[in-house]
Design a protein around this ligand. Sequence first.
Ligand SMILES: C[S@@+](CC[C@H](N)C(=O)[O-])C[C@H]1O[C@@H](n2cnc3c(N)ncnc32)[C@H](O)[C@@H]1O
Ligand SMILES: Nc1nc2[nH]cc(C(=O)O)c2c(=O)[nH]1
Ligand code: SF4
Ligand SMILES: [Mg+2]
Length: 258
Amino acid sequence: MTTSDFISAPIREVFCSVQGEGPYVGVRQAFVRFSGCNLNCNYCDTDFANPGTCDYEQVEGSGSFEKIKNPVSVGQLEVMLHPFNKLHSVSLTGGEPLMHADFIETLNLALPLYLESNMTLPEQARKLTEKVTYVSGDFKLPASLRDIGSEARETHMENTVECFRLLRKNHSRDCFCKIVVDNSTELEVVTSAVEAIVPYVSCVILQPETPIGRDVTNLRPSGSIQASVQNIMQLQKSLLEIIDTRVIPQTHRMWGCL
Ligand SMILES: C[S@@+](CC[C@H](N)C(=O)[O-])C[C@H]1O[C@@H](n2cnc3c(N)ncnc32)[C@H](O)[C@@H]1O
Ligand SMILES: Nc1nc2[nH]cc(C(=O)O)c2c(=O)[nH]1
Ligand code: SF4
Ligand SMILES: [Mg+2]
């Protein structure tokens, strides 16, 4: 038995697709979606439960899924990624991948790792400082976090800044920040978030909240309203004083890929 046989994690799905968010939109990736999350964002579009099996789409875009028993070992995952080719990188997402930092640390792949994280678990982030080549870090604004009190919100903010510091951009890593915005997003809140992480990131992406599911009225369960073009442009103009700031909506939802 080797380490890769006995370290395992609950994985929700494994598939090959095209990165749909942020500055790397369009690159071909394998996606590994871990189960479980430490947050409950009001806009979350993802089922990250652990139903006991992992959905494995071996042929990209086929819609045909094999059920693999959970938890999946590191060795098993490495084999599952073999059929995918011409990849830019392997996206580690969730749920929250940092909850599975020990698993990620053990992965032995020939491809760069692209971490997609909520950036609230610095002790876990510390384990991956030499491991990940791309960091797509969200900055969760207080208004988007459900089920937590004001003290916990404060702690999340501090932890977020520490995660960005630990996984900062350097000569061998890109690190950027995505912020999901709706029409009630306040300029002062976004500005102070960005000011706190500006030394650590290459750019900031304003990602307009995409409506989840059936949504005829524009009012979602979160009570949020889609950000107007005017408001987003205003946010961008202000942030451009501080850092390269781009507006990039989720693109995979437009053409129906995973
Ligand atoms: C599902 S999360 C998983 C990774 C990690 N937990 C996180 O939140 O960054 C992946 C990305 O989807 C974004 N996202 C989720 N729901 C969204 C929505 N309704 N509109 C826009 N972006 C959304 C998140 O903000 C995050 O950038
Ligand atoms: N195509 C595609 N791009 C993505 N970028 C981030 C995603 C995620 O859920 O983490 C995601 C996803 O689920 N699909
Ligand atoms: S941190 Fe990510 S996966 Fe977790 S609830 Fe928020 S958007 Fe969803
Ligand atoms: Mg997604």
